[in-house]
Design a protein around this ligand. Structure first.
Ligand SMILES: [Fe+2]
Length: 142
């Protein structure tokens, strides 16, 4: 094998590793549909179960504000079972992603928190992915 063919083979191997990693991160059975509630002012039970609840807590002495996100509202938490769970939660500040957590089925529930600097931020957005029911978003105006 000459040098050129060896480089080609190395490139194919690197591509196979990359594709394999992507497949592991987002298996084909994950529902990645962007979901919208039918009536945002009157969520039904399934919508309450999937809509992230954003709670803004206190700012610390270094200027970071604790932002908690729970997937589920009105006393309903999204389940976490081996075949139905929240697999990620993201937080955006003025449309810039400032945090992302990957969650494991069954052992982690759809809840997380980030400490972020909110100076100049007007709106927070949380996105949460349910493996069966798609990606759900909510916003919080500061
Ligand atoms: Fe779900």
């Amino acid at each position: 094998m000459n040098r050129r063919n060896a480089l080609k083979m190395a490139g194919v191997a690197a591509l196979a590793v990359t594709v394999g990693a992507e497949a592991e991160m987002a298996p084909a059975h994950m529902n990645r549909t962007e979901m919208q509630p039918k009536d945002p002012k009157n969520l039904d039970k399934g919508e309450l179960k999937h809509t992230p609840l954003i709670t803004v807590k206190e700012k610390d002495e270094k200027g970071y504000t604790l932002v908690q996100i729970n997937v589920g509202q009105g006393g309903i938490n999204h389940p976490s079972t081996p075949d139905h769970w929240i697999d990620f939660i993201e937080l955006y500040a003025n449309d810039k992603r400032v945090g992302k957590n990957i969650l494991e089925a069954e052992i982690s529930r759809g809840a997380t928190a980030f400490s972020v600097k909110l100076d100049g931020v007007r709106v927070l957005k949380a996105r949460a992915g349910c493996n069966l029911h798609g990606i759900w978003t909510s916003t919080y105006n500061l």
